[in-house]
Ligand binder design. Structure first.
Ligand code: HSE
Length: 428
């Protein structure tokens, strides 16, 4: 039997404890699958005395994760601290300098420093794996780097933040406002310590940037992701979109177009009957479009102890087996730098306007859209008690710039109250 593979685990929160539990409970199965024992040598967390509900007394304790990363007797440094500054960053860099393999769930760190980390790890002939960083328990990194390695990707589309999907689907099922459901999600402990990571689209943006890098063979470029959160989504939009046969999702889309790489994380409409439209609660879904395979859809739990620990273990077992996959599916020094472009991919749009209910008002709006080459596909005006009529328009496919220009000219019509809502309808 090959020597055991030895782990140092930094971070004993939900995920860290989940990993320890799997290793304690499934030692024999893991040994059979990995071909060698998987042993935890030492652990590190902020508080040693906290009751975590499992016995950790057989492992060495390191109060500083950097000291753990520097230990001579570990092969894999498992970083489950989180965050792209401070302890997580310092300890991962230390572990690489000390020629350890790295397994991490840290999307933020990889989104900000992925290229440098991958190059440094590969220079040392070691592995850096991050299945748990994207879409929790869904093996999407493995699908991209292995199962779909023979394809060129056309597009990556997905719902990659369970908290946002929970909020949006709960708004729809309860008829309650964004603020009310936000508080509910907070009470349930679904939100990150900084809720803007979730509702601002940042967490999902990190994940999208990582998938785009693997999918398109490009350097991670999180700064170029066009980010828009769900804070502005009203219950009216959820209801009106449903009435028109759509659901609103915080949707990540990455694709190469003629000009460069487009990456956006923003609220979009999707057909209610589509797999993404049907996605409920905290579940994640990623749709991958390969030139040979066609469309692959993966869905499953995007967070939580079991699912995230399951993904960490997949990486640990791969390393123990001797599987050698570069961090982003190809050597980091072969990843391309591509121009980042603002979305110019054509799509239909959903527009919601509050219109003066007087003769000719609708004609003025229709004429403005016509001036920018935007054609109306469907339209509805709803009953209203005051002088402002809620009007919904679904356009034919148009380009985002035309929508932007038309919206900028809306005030000139003199018949539209409040800021119009414009949401892209992502073709699926
Ligand atoms: N907060 C994330 C989510 C999980 O709600 O999906 C961690 O990325």
């Amino acid at each position: 039997m090959t020597n055991p593979i030895k782990l140092g685990i930094a971070g004993l929160g939900t995920v860290g404890i989940g990993v320890v539990k799997i290793i304690q409970q499934k030692a024999e199965t893991l040994q059979a699958r990995a071909g060698r024992n998987i042993e935890i040598v030492a652990v590190s967390a902020k508080s040693k005395n906290k009751d975590r509900g499992i016995d950790l007394s057989m492992y060495d304790w390191e109060s500083d994760p950097v000291t753990l990363a520097n230990r001579k007797d570990i092969d894999i440094f498992v970083e489950l601290i989180g965050g792209h500054v401070g302890a997580a960053k310092n300890s991962i860099f230390a572990a690489i300098d000390n020629e350890k393999h790295i397994v991490t769930a840290n999307k933020a760190l990889l989104a900000h420093h992925g290229q440098q980390l991958a190059e440094k790890t590969e220079d040392k002939n070691k592995l850096l794996r991050f299945e748990a960083a994207v879409a929790g328990g869904i093996p999407v990194i493995k699908a991209l780097t292995e199962g779909l390695a023979g394809n060129s990707l056309a597009r990556v589309v997905g719902v990659m933040n369970g908290t946002c999907n929970y909020i949006l689907t709960r708004m729809q099922s309860s008829g309650l406002s964004y603020d009310e459901i936000f508080k509910e999600a907070e009470a349930l402990g679904y939100l990150e310590a900084d809720p803007n990571l979730d509702v601002g689209g940042i967490d999902a943006g990190h994940k999208l940037a990582l998938l785009a890098s693997i999918g398109f063979g490009t350097k991670v470029n999180f700064e170029a992701v066009q980010l828009e959160g769900i804070g502005q989504i009203s219950i009216d939009d959820i209801n009106h979109a449903a009435d028109m046969g759509f659901r609103i999702k915080l949707l990540g889309v990455a694709q190469l177009n003629g000009d460069g790489l487009e990456q956006r994380m923003s609220p979009c409409l999707v057909p209610a009957a589509s797999p993404l439209g049907q996605l409920e609660g905290g579940t994640n879904m990623v749709m991958l479009e390969g030139d040979h395979v066609g469309q692959i859809i993966l869905s499953g739990p995007g967070a939580g102890e079991g699912p995230t620990a399951s993904a960490v273990m997949a990486d640990v077992i791969d390393i123990a087996r001797g599987v050698r996959i570069p961090t982003f599916g190809q050597q980091a020094n072969t990843l391309r730098t591509v121009q980042s472009v603002k979305s110019n991919t054509r799509a239909p749009y959903y527009l919601r306007l509050s219109l003066s209910d007087k003769p000719g008002a609708l004609a003025k709006v229709a004429s403005l859209l016509g001036d920018f080459g935007i054609s109306i596909d469907r339209m509805r005006q709803y009953a209203h008690a005051d002088e402002n009529a809620p009007v919904l328009i679904v356009t034919h496919t148009t380009d985002p710039q035309s929508i932007e220009k038309a919206l900028a000219n809306v005030p000139k019509t003199g018949v539209v109250h409040d800021k119009p809502v414009a949401l892209r309808i992502e073709p699926l």
